[in-house]
Design a protein around this ligand. Structure first.
Ligand code: KDG
Ligand code: MG
Length: 402
């Protein structure tokens, strides 16, 4: 079997998606998600100018070798842009293999380890009361795990809270907007939100929270400790994870479980965190972390240290990534939870999907490969629209992490 061509499809049904389609001489094609929110065209350029020409003529069945061609073979390696491209190639190759062997992806990587995939959804509101009301609605819809993000008195924009009561989408058209932040107000407020939520929902609902990289290690340690009585499923990205050693401080002060790494792109972002057991959940998704081939290795290494997966699953990851993640989560032993932010209806005009939600879990059918298809004519109706994630400053104007 030979790769004859590949193309990059960019579309914007409500938000931007980049999809790689690899063609073979046997008439089988594979799809991979290459979406990197706010940096879409950088990945498109790397794929079109450097990766696609190098793919043509290769045997798509040799996934491990092709992965290393684009990773070890590249002198300038790692980084979100190039690893997103590698991920898309890898996903498309696994899709081709599944179609060629007429079997769903989960069968190629170990078979089924469970019946369904536990997911968590988002609830957010302008204040604690509205957030709790929204979470109550999610429980009625069947969700059993909910991430709570709330507006905070004295902070104009809080991460995770929509400005217009619509589902939260952080990227806005055009260049980056500036938001302002105050860690002291945030730290004083969050424990009271979870106290109210536990009083309202009892102990059987899983509650999660995303700090979104905004604490120093010692601030995060205080927050994790003060949240202990409310038994969070996890506290996410408590610090900006590039300082792996910073997680030691949090761990030494608290037993609140920690999830980290939605912006990571390699096992080398995790080695200290895994081997010193400083975290509990791997957030790095297939689409940015080197695809199925690399995440299988990361998940295996994590499993040795009793660390589970909890992949990023925001709406800026396409349905191709979501389906691939469900297969992956079905197969591995150390699956923990999957983030699930349903896409807007309009996205389903372009992507035909093979998964469904029922009573807190996602289920995937046994269509060969990943099982998602793209309607290119419909995709062409929604051209790319430049959009950017916000930037964040402290209330005195100092540049900060968003
Ligand atoms: O593009 C950025 C989003 O994917 C990110 O802000 C979402 O933090 C996020 C999450 O946990 O879903
Ligand atoms: Mg997050």
């Amino acid at each position: 079997m030979k790769i004859t061509d590949a193309k990059v499809i960019v579309c914007s049904p409500g938000r931007n998606f980049v999809t790689l389609k690899i063609f073979t001489d046997e008439g089988i094609y594979g799809l991979g998600d290459a979406t990197l929110n706010g940096m879409e065209k950088a990945v498109v350029s790397y794929l079109e100018n450097y990766c696609v020409p190098a793919l043509i003529g290769k045997d798509p069945r040799n996934i491990e070798d092709i992965w290393h061609f684009f990773y070890k073979g590249a002198y300038w390696k790692r980084g979100s842009v190039t690893m997103t491209a590698v991920s898309a190639i890898d996903m498309a190759l696994w899709d081709i293999k599944g179609k060629a062997l007429n079997t769903p992806l989960y069968n190629l990587i170990g078979g089924k380890s469970r019946n369904g995939i536990l997911v968590y959804c988002h609830a957010n509101g302008r204040d604690a009361e509205e957030t709790i009301e929204k979470a109550g609605q999610k429980i009625e819809q069947g969700f059993r795990a909910i991430r709570l993000q709330s507006g905070i008195p004295g902070i104009e924009h809080t991460y995770g809270v929509s400005k217009d009561n619509k589902p939260y989408e952080p990227a806005e058209k055009g260049l980056a907007q500036t938001e302002y932040w105050d860690t002291a107000r945030y730290l004083n407020f969050i424990p009271s939100l979870f106290k109210k939520a536990r009083a309202e929902f009892g102990d059987d609902i899983h509650l999660l929270h995303d700090v979104h990289h905004r604490c120093t290690p010692v601030e995060a340690a205080r927050l994790a400790r003060e949240l202990e009585p409310y038994h969070l499923f996890w506290l996410e990205d408590p610090v900006s994870g590039e300082l792996q050693e910073g997680l030691r401080l949090i761990r030494s002060h608290s037993t609140t479980p920690i999830a980290i790494g939605e912006v990571f792109n390699s096992v080398y972002d995790y080695t200290t965190l895994i081997t010193e057991q400083l975290i509990d959940y791997i957030r790095m998704p297939l689409v940015h972390g080197g695809g199925i081939t690399h995440l299988l290795k990361v998940a295996s290494m994590a499993s040795v240290y009793h660390i589970q997966t909890g992949f990023h699953g925001a709406t800026d990851l396409s349905p191709v990534n979501m389906a691939a993640a469900i297969h992956f989560n079905m197969a591995i032993n150390n699956f923990g939870i999957q983030e699930y932010m349903p896409h807007q209806e309009i996205v389903n005009e372009v992507f035909k999907t093979n998964f469904n939600f029922d009573k807190g879990f996602l289920f995937i059918d046994d269509t060969p490969g990943i099982g998602v298809d793209i309607d290119e004519k419909k995709a062409a109706k929604y051209p790319y629209q430049m959009a950017s994630l916000p930037v964040n400053r402290k209330s005195d104007g100092t540049m900060f992490y968003w």
